[in-house]
Design a protein around this ligand. Structure first.
Ligand SMILES: [Zn+2]
Length: 474
């Protein structure tokens, strides 16, 4: 929504805002679901019985189609291959490894050059994402691709957990559904088209959270979906208030990693499992967590490589996620560096996962490439959640690397906070980073990004410094 429309929307009375959200919802409904949806969901679930070899054969054949289409009908790639030919480069575009890595910048600068020339962009669904760093992306999909994507989502983000899109659900996301300065409920809109209560992530102050909890009960919400940090804030306050009337079927997190302490608190507050979902608007990779706690990749969406620079890392080691989208062949992203780091799990060669599926596994997603700290000897320190051990009397915390020798921890203390808890944070950080100065900064709230996301780790070293350290380490 542009800013003029948004300010008009914010001036509407609350019931009219819900009506506006519902109208938008009906528009989205037509783009997301159609007569084939039921069949598509059924087929997606049936494919989960496929063996590793069946998936590999399927991906090979789909990849051949996508690469051919990209090289011959997508202006950005066509130009790239023509230039290579002119330089006498005879590499074949039929092999994925011959394609260069696609960084975000060309996609940001000339997004329309990535659309196949036989598509009519006016008849495609347009997404404008703000991104965690505030740099926008424009993306397009046909109705068919969008419906295929939402069918997968229905199968693997809802059916797996025993819920469906017909159930009433609440989402805590980054949309400004209510003006930020508002201090009186409702802090949500009811979208009747999607059976969805869209709740604001920007009003989760402890004194306002009771209104949220009442709304979840009043609207008979069956499951929750949204930013991990927002769900955690809600859960923590529900436990503080001793509310035991909010039982959900499942809580599905997205957009941010889930730390153990968050998972435990959310599960306890809502009396249900917490399941992680990983994906992005570019639909080059998606994964969801099964009941055995494994993050399964969706092979129909894309092929995942784990690289360091442009070289593959040995299996089981972390690196940058570089993904080739298989679902959206009308705006194909080939070997696209998505901006997150992760590790592939080992394949299910003979026996399936404990959940019975053969789908491949993403062993870990460490979050954004920038969300790591660096030590003077060139080590990258990822997964920092053990710094905040369970039962630590803090509400939330953020680690910021200001220089190689200085790290700041912003934290919101819980009522039972004591200096010993602060000392524990310092000790645990030093145990991972070595001798660094750790500054503890007590705050009322940890600032969110422009689109309402919480960043647990921020590294403010310059790109040059990081590059230098990485080279030194190898
Ligand atoms: Zn599984």
């Amino acid at each position: 929504m542009n800013s003029i429309l948004l300010s008009l929307y914010h001036r509407l009375p609350a019931p009219v805002r819900s009506l506006a959200a519902s109208l938008r919802g009906f528009h989205l409904l037509l783009w997301r679901y159609g007569p084939e949806t039921h069949q598509l969901v059924k087929e997606a679930l049936e494919r989960e019985a496929w063996s590793r070899e069946q998936w590999q054969a399927w991906q090979r054949s789909r990849l051949a189609y996508v690469l051919h289409r990209a090289a011959t009908t997508v202006p950005y790639y066509r130009k790239q291959w023509e230039e290579r030919r002119r330089r006498g480069d005879r590499a074949s575009w039929e092999y994925l490894e011959n394609w260069p890595i696609l960084e975000k910048e060309p996609l940001r600068e000339t997004p329309e050059a990535f659309i196949a020339t036989d598509c009519d962009v006016k008849r495609m669904f347009h997404l404008h994402t703000s991104g965690t760093t505030g740099k926008a992306l424009d993306l397009w999909r046909t109705r068919k691709t969008n419906q295929a994507w939402y069918a997968l989502f229905e199968a693997r983000c809802r059916k797996w957990y025993g819920v469906s899109r017909q159930d009433r659900w609440a989402i805590l996301g980054g949309q400004l559904v209510v003006p930020v300065q508002q201090r009186r409920p409702p802090f949500w809109v009811w979208n009747m088209a999607l059976n969805q209560l869209y709740m604001s992530s920007y009003h989760l102050a402890p004194d306002l959270i009771p209104y949220y909890l009442d709304a979840l009960r009043g609207y008979h919400i069956k499951y929750l979906w949204g930013y991990t940090s927002s769900l955690y804030a809600l859960a923590k306050e529900a436990l503080n208030l001793n509310r035991h009337d909010l039982k959900m079927a499942v809580v599905i997190t997205n957009a941010e990693p889930v730390f153990d302490y968050q998972r435990g608190t959310i599960a306890e507050a809502f009396g249900c499992p917490v399941r992680e979902n990983y994906g992005m608007a570019e639909i080059a990779v998606s994964a969801s967590e099964c009941q055995a706690g494994k993050l399964h990749l969706w092979p129909e969406v894309g092929i995942v490589e784990i690289l360091k620079g442009d070289q593959p890392v040995a299996n089981g080691n972390p690196g940058d996620l570089v993904c080739t989208g298989l679902l959206n062949a009308d705006m194909p992203l080939i070997r696209y560096r998505v901006g997150d780091r992760g590790t592939l799990g080992s394949d299910f060669k003979n026996a399936p996962c404990a959940c019975g599926r053969f789908l491949p596994v993403l062993a870990a997603v460490e979050g954004r490439v920038d969300d790591v700290l660096y030590t003077r000897d060139g080590r990258r320190v990822g997964r920092l959640d053990p710094v905040f051990k369970k039962q630590l009397p803090i509400c939330e915390a953020q680690i910021i690397q200001e220089s190689l020798d200085r790290v700041r921890v912003r934290f919101v203390p819980a009522p039972d906070y004591c200096p010993e808890a602060g000392r524990s944070i310092i000790e645990r950080l030093k145990a991972r980073m070595g001798e660094v100065e750790v500054i503890l900064e007590q705050v009322d709230v940890v600032p969110r990004t422009q689109n309402g996301k919480f960043r647990a780790v921020i590294c403010n070293l310059s790109a040059e410094e990081r590059c230098h350290l990485q080279n030194q380490a190898t």
